[in-house]
Design a protein around this ligand. Structure first.
Ligand SMILES: [Cu+2]
Length: 343
């Protein structure tokens, strides 16, 4: 009876105060990057857009690589063909109750991780289903006409085919290069492009982390930070890895507005290959600092099982979402001793 009464009171409160949330906090006027005037609390973007929502699973994204459709030329060259579709009307619930208009490649932020081997011929069919001009600008080596800067692709189904040879070996970003650039990047038009060496790399548990930020109130400062878009995701859903198994993280910093970002790993150090272009590591460290589009490959193994944090050692960033956990499971197949410490 008490329960029924409280439900009734609750319902009548909703009916009596349809603008309950507006009454709670004052709406302010903002001008968005695109010049649109909107009214919002500024803390949480009201769900102004109802076009669609984005389904993005950071755990799936972490280890998902798109190798394209493979064929061979008569001379034996591998051809990889990809299709990337840009859209700019999607809405993503980036944090509980926080809806943000993301601009996407193939429906997610970041876009798909494109992977190839050095020397492969790449053919990227780009379709712009957005309402603004967009492109794909790949970092790497390619002809000027394939740079995605001066060849804006028109909205509403515009097409362009990027064709170039995969190289150099390493991890590279790709992103839209239409002006105003910061607007096209901060809304999410970016992804990772991995070029493997012909001889391959040592087998490892491989993953991709794009360090990004979200300016949900359009004041050219990020309200949230993350590894792979969703703040705190890997803290609440730790990444499971094994002891004595090589872990390889392809890390790319795409944070807009802030000059630097960084990556600190707990309970361990990693070999670091800046841009991944050299097969010999440059550093053995637990901390790297990255400017925008700066990237590299981290390699490490954990000896001891347990939970280990990884996060920005720019504390503001970690407190606003750029923090995660590796849950290191005991690798029963390994020959290491099972000596226990600290017990
Ligand atoms: Cu764009």
């Amino acid at each position: 009876m008490i329960l029924l009464l409280s439900i009734t009171i609750g319902l009548s409160a909703i009916v009596a105060f349809p603008n309950f949330s507006e009454a709670q906090s004052e709406l302010k006027t903002f001008i968005t990057h695109s010049g649109e005037v909107i009214r919002t609390t500024g803390e949480i973007i009201d769900p102004l857009y109802t076009v669609s929502t984005v389904d993005f699973d950071p755990m799936e994204y972490l280890r998902e690589f798109n190798y394209g459709q493979i064929s061979k030329l008569p001379d034996g060259t591998t051809v990889r063909e990809y299709t990337i579709i840009a859209e700019d009307d999607k809405v993503m619930e980036v944090s509980p109750g926080v809806f943000y208009n993301v601009w996407t490649y193939n429906g997610t932020v970041p876009g798909p991780t494109i992977r190839a081997t050095e020397g492969d011929l790449l053919k990227i069919n780009f379709i712009n289903n957005g309402s603004k001009e967009h492109t794909i600008h790949f970092h790497g080596i390619h002809p000027a006409g394939m740079d995605g800067v001066f060849e804006a692709v028109g909205p509403g189904g515009g097409k362009f085919v990027y064709e170039f040879e995969a190289g150099p070996v390493g991890v590279h970003p790709y992103h839209c290069h239409v002006m105003p650039l910061e607007e096209h990047i901060v809304h999410g038009l970016y992804g990772v492009f991995i070029v493997d060496p012909k001889e391959g790399r040592e087998p490892a548990d491989e993953m991709v982390m794009v360090l990004n930020g979200l300016d949900t109130d359009f004041d050219t400062e990020n309200n949230f930070y993350a590894a792979n878009t969703i703040p705190f995701y890997y803290q609440h859903h730790p990444i499971q890895i094994n002891t004595n198994e090589l872990i390889r993280v392809y890390v790319v910093n795409m944070v807009e507005f802030d000059p630097i970002n960084n990556f600190h790993l707990h309970g361990n150090l990693y070999n670091y290959y800046p841009t991944g272009t050299d097969l010999v590591p440059s550093f053995y460290t637990d901390m790297i600092t990255l400017s925008q589009t700066e990237r590299g490959i981290m390699e490490f193994e954990y000896t001891y099982p347990g939970k280990y944090l990884f996060h920005a050692h720019k504390v503001e960033f970690s407190e606003k979402g750029w923090v995660g956990i590796f849950l290191v499971n005991d690798n029963v197949e390994s020959d290491e001793s099972d000596m226990e410490y600290g017990s």
